[in-house]
Design a protein around this ligand. Sequence first.
Ligand SMILES: [Zn+2]
Length: 251
Amino acid sequence: MISDESLERYSRQIAVPGFDFDGQQALTQASVLLVGCGGLGCPTALYLAAAGVGTLRLVDDDCVALSNLPRQIAYPESALGSSKVIALKSEIAARNSSVIVDAVVTRFDDSSADQLLGDIDVVVDASDSWDTRSAIDRHTARLGLPWVMGGAVQMSGQNMVFDAQRKYGCYHCLAPEPDNALGSCAQLGILGPVVGAVAMTQTLDTLKLLTGCATPAFGVLRVRDFRVDDAAELALSHRADCPVCGQSSHT
Ligand SMILES: [Zn+2]
């Protein structure tokens, strides 16, 4: 049952058709793993917490730096030099004390995956790293979990959602190998609102997965060029020889 206080607090989202009391109840009972607490992770964490997600597990091994502040909007100047997950946990607690926050100072990789994925319903990739996405894809495919991808550089962004059973293909179908031609945000630059827009799409995709208020765009890579306000959708091709979701992986 939802308490009177929660009913008042979440009344506007409960009023959205398809979200309803059941959506709020599902959200309250849900656990989300957020891999990365930078430009994508900060707004995603704040919005999921504000919406009343039950548990947020935050993963990052980095500390807050001065060059993070224009886009990693959860961090005040007083957090400079602090662990990102610890600082973000404190910011979430000030906003919604009912959210359980599990702050883990580590990286998501093959050695940490099993422990980090325990009791998790949805994984949000906020890492901006092929290696990390590859690990998220492989381990969530093995465990039958959906995950939400986002990426941003300069004035462009990408979003994609992978379903639990990989009926629409997986990240390895999309990007079988790292693309070394792509640079990082540190090298190429990034605008805060661009990464914020991508993070909001990730947050919305996560709410759709957890509450069933709408169906996420499975199997579709959404690409946005904010310099000219252009958007494109690319259907993912399911690769039969994919090592993660192809026929050979099910033998
Ligand atoms: Zn695949």
